[in-house]
Write a protein that binds this ligand. Sequence first.
Ligand SMILES: [Zn+2]
Length: 457
Amino acid sequence: MSSRLDLIVRGGSVITPAGVTKADVGVAGTHFAVVAPDIHESAAREIDATGLHVFPGILDAHVHFNEPGRAEWEGLASGSAALAAGGGTWFADMPLNSTPPVTDAATFAAKRRLAEQKAVTDFSLWGGLVPGNLDQLAELRDAGAIGLKAFLCGSGIDDFPGITDAATLRAGLKRAAELELLVAVHAEDDALANKLTAAARARGATDARAWLATRPMEVELSAIKLALELAGETRCALHLVHVSSSEGLALVAQAKAAGVDVTAETCPHYLLLNEEETVRQGAPAKCAPPLRPEAVRQKLWRALDDGRVDTLGSDHSPAPPELKTAPDFFAVWGGISGIQHGFPLLLSEALERDPDALPRLAALLSDNVARRFRLPGKGRLRAGSDADFVLLDLNGEQTLQNRDLLYRHRQGPYDGRRCSVRVMETFVRGQTVWGEGRIAPGAPKGHFLRPTPKAHA
Ligand SMILES: [Zn+2]
């Protein structure tokens, strides 16, 4: 019996969606073997976690690591390292910004091979839903895509066109539903955004405030409405990424009540930053949908507290500094780099609002993600699950600094922010990936995960 466990974490406060309990956590090989008040066995490695919290590994279903093809923007190695440093143990990489984008089985296989060589956390991959690839959706499903991603507006990337008409979207959702593939959509109304942009440009506008005004909340709400309507009609599972307002979440709640299979993600940056940060910081705080006015941000927190958000994803989307420096703000590349500091800072600020928020956050960051993306071995601190977890110091007062970022480009919108939550150590399948302030030398590479078929989920 004494040699059964390889690792015991003793005396920490263990967080599950059900609550926080003082417990020991025993790991055998790559799995949790036991979570109990007192483990009497011993193990090769024992960690005294007194005063620390044991949190499930964060599952980030929304990242852009840009490899292959744009590794100079981020890369699978640096991106996954930054994820682990921020408490993450799994990511799902979006089909675009890598080039070629992932819109068929061959491009999927190429990215999978690279990620298996480079990622330090487990991972899954999104396929793209673009005009003209209906006949490639089955092979993407068979290759193990976690779902399909579509843009309802231009994506900013020429080789990944948006689906900007209802008929094409309807056909895509219908085919995805037949294949039991979930579809994630970037919801912004292309026609409305273009109209507002053209008007601003005609006036000669170039500054951040003028750019913000071209993507008001109505642009997002209009596209959310269309996506919900067509998901209901086609019975396609829908995941709305980066919903930036409680108004958007209210539309999702209505659709859920009407039987639509839909979930909503928001991102730490919509909770941690408001649009004045876009004006003040410029490029590092530019994203679409944009950061919102302070009152909208406050209401988004309340919606999160009330359980109207399903998942949190980073939408980590870096670009090289030279794309972030145009004097014309409209020409500055959008995308917020937040995968390393965003989650700890979110935990820190959520706990300041509500000291009892940890179980809810564990659901949003782990359990709900594993359920929605049908990863039954992930997301929970319980016997039998993969031993993916994080040791957190909730009194680890620090000032976040961009110079500590592991990104390819040390750019981010949280420089100088005070954060009370510190990620002490991150474990993937029972192995330390991040610890002592660095990626563990010889950390094993991550595994590729495909969603469990629906009938078995
Ligand atoms: Zn994204």
